[in-house]
Design a protein. Structure first.
Length: 339
């Protein structure tokens, strides 16, 4: 298979601020794998808190050994990839799946044995800003599910301001921005505003913290589901943290692609956990790959393309919060034709 790399720059519709930092533009990498006249595509998102940049992802991908001629040897090919960034591996994994689907003439969800509907609706993310501005953005969006980024001094004011202007289902994502004590103080207060769930309330490395937090919250009668995102990258992490969690957030850029994402989902189910499928700032290429596993999930947070002003791809389609999977073979993604 011939491998080609294309850097892409994604312009964000509004400055995106989370507990880790802020950005207006993201720089991802598109991987193309060509075999027998067909080309599979995948995307690697450069996530700064994992230490990745567009350059480092490209540098790793340039070092890859020959991947052979058979994309169906997925497990073998992926197992032989050298140690490197999960996002880069995810792009290779996506491109291989895309190629397999194209060779068989079937969309990916069918290869996974899944029906394309019904799918859970996706949330729409409101980045950190002044409480009133966040509330205005939530109101204007009109989305029925809002994910609120928190992790500042004003978290309760933010959630309260947003609740005043919308009846939407509200999810809160602290992006590891709270300590144990802050989480224990804030979650019961925020629960008053009828939260659907709380994502990553604790620091990434605080593996014992989840069980501690769950027990303390349950003692107070607080049942708000707690999900881990940054703390859970692969199925091994699901096993380590399961006892303290209600659910996990799965992302292709953490798992290194669809194969390990599927293992994460099954591992989480085996532990009685719920699953949210989410994305980084990714174009319709990466997000469509994720969406092919959406029928297996309870919650979706696949709003990447909605946050980007210059999406170079079309794939999964949005009607408000409702996603429709493309019916084309493989990922079913195509380039947006330039005017
Ligand atoms: Mg998150």
């Amino acid at each position: 298979m011939e491998l080609r790399l294309e850097p892409v720059s994604l312009n964000l519709r509004t400055t995106f601020r989370v507990a880790h930092g802020a950005s207006d533009q993201r720089h991802n990498v598109v991987v193309r794998l060509t075999q027998d006249g067909l080309t599979g595509s995948g995307e690697a998102a450069a996530v700064f808190y994992y230490g990745d940049t567009q350059e480092s992802l490209m540098a790793y991908l340039r070092t890859l050994p020959d991947l052979g001629r058979d994309p169906f040897a997925l497990e073998t090919i992926l197992a032989r990839l050298p140690v490197g960034p999960q996002a880069a591996k995810a792009a290779v994994d996506m491109a291989l799946h895309d190629l397999c689907g194209q060779m068989l003439g079937q969309p990916l969800y069918r290869l996974f044995g899944l029906a394309p509907e019904p799918l859970p609706e996706t949330s729409f993310t409101i980045g950190i800003d002044e409480p009133e501005l966040m509330a205005e953005r939530a109101r204007q969006s009109g989305y029925p599910i809002i994910k609120i980024k928190v992790g500042t001094q004003h978290d309760e004011a933010v959630v309260s301001a947003i609740r005043r202007v919308t009846n939407a289902r509200l999810r809160v994502d602290a992006n590891a921005g709270w300590s144990r004590e802050q989480a224990l103080d804030l979650i019961p207060r925020l629960a008053e505003y009828d939260l659907e769930l709380v994502e990553q309330p604790l620091p990434v490395k605080d593996e014992e913290g989840y069980l501690w937090l769950k027990q303390k919250l349950r003692q107070q009668g607080i049942k708000t589901p707690i999900f881990a995102d940054e703390s859970v990258r692969t199925s091994r992490d699901v096993v380590k943290l399961a006892a303290g969690l209600d659910g996990v957030v799965v992302k292709l850029m953490k798992t290194g692609g669809l194969r390990e994402a599927l293992r994460c989902i099954h591992t989480a189910r085996a532990h009685g956990l719920q699953i949210m499928f989410s994305c980084m700032i990714e174009s319709s290429l990466g997000v469509t790959a994720a969406a092919h596993l959406a029928p297996l999930c309870d919650y979706l947070d696949l709003d990447g393309p909605l946050l980007i002003a210059n999406d170079p791809f079309q794939g999964v389609r949005y009607a408000g919060a409702k996603l429709t999977l493309p019916a084309g073979p493989g990922l079913g993604v195509s380039a947006v034709s330039s005017q």
